[in-house]
Design a protein around this ligand. Sequence first.
Ligand code: CA
Length: 474
Amino acid sequence: MLLTANRSYWAIGLYQLSFCDCIRGPEAHSGPSIIRSKRAPIDPDAKKCSYTFLVPEQKITGSKKITSFCPEPDKERVTRIDIADVREVLSKQRREIETLQLVVDVDGNLVNEMKLLRKESRNMNSRVTQLYMQLLHEIIRKRDNSLELAQLENRVLNVTSEMMRLASRYKELEGRFSVMAGLVNNQSVLISALEEQCLRAMGRGELPNLPVNNRFTNEIQRDNNNRAFPRGSRMEPPTASPFGINPPPPQGTLTSDGPFKDCYQVRVSGHTTSGMYLLKTNGSERLIQAWCEHGLDNGGWTVLQRRRDGSVNFFRNWDNYKKGFGNIDGEHWLGLDNIYNLGKQGDYKLMVELEDWTGKKVYAEYSSFHLEAESEGYRLRLGTYQGNAGDSLSSHNGKQFTTLDRDKDAFSGNCAHFHKGGWWYNACGQTNLNGVWYSGGVYRSKFQDGIFWAEYGGGFYSLKSSRLMIRPID
Ligand SMILES: [Ca+2]
C-alpha cells in the first residue's frame, strides 16, 4: 500500500516513522510490522539504525520482508528537507488552490454573467419576436392602406372625370342659356319697339276702327308724355291692347278728377272703389296709370307689382323694368322710374301681400320704403318689418336692381338668369316675386325660379299671387 502512495503520503509516513518507530517495539503498530534487524543491534547511543518492515501479504501468503536501510547521513537534516518539500508542496497546493479559487470565482462571475446574458438574450428574443409581429402587422396594415388608397384614388379619378364631364356640360348649358337670354333680350327690345311704334301710330290716328269706349287701356303706358290727358277730364280715347287683342274690361274706372299724386290722395278725395287711376307724381310731367287698392286697411294703397295668373312674362330686360309692363288690372310691374318718383314725394311704407295655393293670405309690412335714382341702380331702401309672412325682404335692403341684361347683384353670375326675373337681388336672395308663375306652386324647373318668399313656403314653393303696395306713413 505504501509503495503505491503518492510522494506526499510517503513523506508523511517517513516523518511518522522517524519520531515513533525507532523507540517503540513492533507490537505498537497495527499496520505493517517493524522488526529491528538483527544485523543492527539497538544501541541507544548510536545514531544509526535500520528497520525491517513487515507488510501484510495481500496476494502472496505470508509476510514479505522488506529491508530498508536508514540513510547514513543525519536523520534530522533529511526531515527538514522533507518539511521544506512538504511546505513547498503545501504552498504550491495553496497557490494552486488560490488559483483555482480565483478561477472558480472568475468562473462564477462568468456563470453569473452568462446567466445574465442568457436572460438578456431571452428578453432580446422576446423583443425581437414582438418587433417582428409589429412589423408584420404594420406591413399588413400598410398593404390594406395601399389597397384603400388605390380604391380612393380610383374614386377620386372617377369623381374628377364626372366633375369634368359635368363642368363641360354646365359650360355647354351656360352657352345655350346665354344664347337664349340674348334672344329673350332681343325679343324684349323688339316688343318694346313694336309697342312704341303702335303707340305712335295710335297717337297719329293711323290705327283704323279702334273701339271707342270710356275705359282706360289696362296696358301700362310706355310714354305718357306723348298723350295729353286734360286735367279734370275723363280718359282719352280709349285704346285696345296695342297688340290688337281686346283686354278684359278693367274693374276700376277713372274719375273726372285727378290726376293724383298717389292712391292715398285718391282715397282722401273720397274714392273708395279699387281700380285704375291716373297719377302724376310731384316734379314729373309723366302720367301714370296705377291700380289703387281701397279695400284693404282703409285703402289708399298704390300697387307697384301684381302677380296672380302667369299671364305676363316677367323675365325682361332693364328698359322694361324701368318703364313698367303688364296689365294694370292684372299682372303688372309699375316701373322702377315710377316707383322712384312716387317714393320721392314723401314717407311711404311698403306692404307685401302674399297668397298661397290654399287661398291663405299673409303680409309683410316695412315701416319705410323708397328707391334711389337710376344712377344708383334703383337701390332699395327699407324700414323695419312687421307682419305674419316672415321677413324675406330685409336681406335685399340696400341692393341695386338686377335684370337679365344688367347685373348688379352680389353673385358671381347673374341672379336674374337663375331666378328668371328682375329684383333687388343680393346673392341671390330670399324672395323672387318677379319669378316664374307656376300653377299649383310646383316648380317645373331645376332652377329656383318661382315666385317664392323663403320665410313663407320656402324657396321651392311658388306662390299663387303677390302684391307690392305703398301708402304714406300714417
Ligand atoms: Ca352678379
